[in-house]
Ligand binder design. Structure first.
Ligand SMILES: NC(=O)C1=CN([C@@H]2O[C@H](COP(=O)(O)OP(=O)(O)OC[C@H]3O[C@@H](n4cnc5c(N)ncnc54)[C@H](OP(=O)(O)O)[C@@H]3O)[C@@H](O)[C@H]2O)C=CC1
Ligand SMILES: Nc1c(N[C@@H]2O[C@H](COP(=O)(O)O)[C@@H](O)[C@H]2O)[nH]c(=O)[nH]c1=O
Ligand SMILES: [Zn+2]
Length: 352
């Protein structure tokens, strides 16, 4: 078998999968193509959470005159076909029922209800299966999903803005705009891409932040506030009910509309409890927007996957110190109208 051809069609699966970005979480993005003698006869991707999977849309897209070719075609799919009855029936059974002879898979689905069972169903039915084609790229596409299922915690992105001298706020703690308005748009795009956004008590009290997505299209993340004694004043934005909000507190649990207080044991390390709680609530990813105390707590615990550091042109020579990350973890840098944005990664993974 020509492995470069497998990679060629898998790249098409990845392109298709990405069309689901923003609409399928907490499900993974998945793309599929059906190929018969060098011609693509079907294409599909997972378009919307709770709706048909990529393989179903791919089979449905085959034109009536090509239907007879399906048993002689090869299906390429970026993620192992599912084996469980979730919101839809198992795709592995659809592939068996349609008598597709060969299936080429990008990466195994490590979600406990699938995890090799999809491949087993195909092989037991006599289907030829090839796996691990562009595996690193297929895993990277869904790194939030894989981190969530393999580490039982959300994918964590740390983000802050600092001056060139390394300060995040004035010495008296009063809030300060460091990033420019174009960078703020990018930040709101980042907010739209993650399921949660988190700040510490002092940031909630000092900044009265909204933590929503106002400068980009798409969703607002769930706001998560660490607030042991519920210090955040009730008239602040975080209590407004304008977006789902979780206050992590030592006080009793309550619910007012979309605003909840959730009790944690502050005598015990908080971050492991927080990770469990967010896993239970199926929050796949969190953008941690500060302040430095919270950011450093995540860094010290090694609980982060990416960091995005904005270095503004603001000359702030003194004040609240920003965290420091090892330069060896720096993976890229961009410039946006005078702001420098540094990108860090906490582990090595293949890139798309
Ligand atoms: N430039 C930027 O990007 C940003 C700047 N800022 C600025 O940063 C400053 C605030 O930062 P900072 O003082 O570090 O405060 P934080 O917002 O990080 O809040 C720290 C407090 O939150 C609680 N907390 C946080 N993490 C934990 C944990 N793991 N376990 C238990 N409690 C926890 C504690 O409160 P307690 O002890 O009361 O229980 C702690 O003192 C403000 O001036 C703000 O304007 C903030 C965000 C971003
Ligand atoms: N000062 C600062 C940031 N601060 C972060 O943004 C929060 C305010 O969010 P919002 O109320 O939604 O605008 C604030 O509490 C802090 O977490 N972010 C940045 O990108 N650049 C900046 O210069
Ligand atoms: Zn499926």
């Amino acid at each position: 078998m020509d492995s470069s051809l497998d990679e060629f069609y898998m790249r098409r699966c990845l392109q298709l999968a990405k069309l689901g970005a923003g609409n399928v979480a907490p499900n993974p993005m998945v793309g599929a193509v059906l190929v018969h003698e060098g011609r693509i006869i079907g294409e599909g991707y997972h378009q919307l959470y709770g709706h048909a999977h990529a393989e179903v849309n791919c089979v449905r897209s085959v034109r009536p005159e090509d239907q007879a070719l399906i048993p002689h075609a090869t299906m390429y799919v970026s993620l192992e076909p599912c084996a469980h009855y979730g919101k839809t029936p198992p795709c592995a059974e659809l592939i068996v029922a349609r008598k597709i002879g060969t299936v080429v898979i990008g990466c195994v689905d490590t979600f406990s209800q699938v995890s090799g069972r999809g491949i087993a169903i195909l092989e037991d039915a006599g289907i030829t299966v090839r796996t691990h084609v562009l595996e690193a790229a297929c895993r990277q596409l869904n790194e939030r999903f894989f981190t969530f299922h393999e580490q039982q915690r959300p994918y964590i992105i740390l983000k802050w803005a600092q001056s060139a001298a390394g300060y995040m706020a004035a010495a008296d703690g009063s809030p300060l705009r460091i990033s420019n308005s174009l960078t703020d748009r990018l930040v709101h795009r980042w907010r739209s891409e993650e399921m949660g956004i988190l700040v510490g008590t002092n940031t909630a009290v000092a900044d009265n932040p909204r933590l929503n997505n106002r400068y980009w299209t798409g969703k607002d993340p769930v706001r998560i506030v660490i607030d042991r004694t519920l210090k955040t004043p009730r008239h602040y934005h975080l209590w407004s009910g304008a977006a789902p909000t979780l206050f992590i507190t030592a006080e009793a649990a309550t619910q007012e509309g979309v605003t909840e207080t959730v009790t944690a044991d502050f005598e015990q390390p908080l971050l492991p409890q927080l990770m469990r709680l967010l896993h239970e609530r199926r929050i796949l990813s969190v953008l941690v927007e500060g302040g430095p105390y919270v950011l450093n707590a995540f860094i010290e615990a090694g609980l982060w996957d990416e960091a995005r550091v904005i270095i503004g042109s603001h000359s702030l020579p003194d004040g609240v110190q920003s965290p420091v990350l090892p330069p060896s973890l720096l993976t890229g840098e961009t410039l946006l109208d005078g702001d420098r944005i540094l990108y860090y990664r906490n582990r090595k993974e293949g890139r798309v």
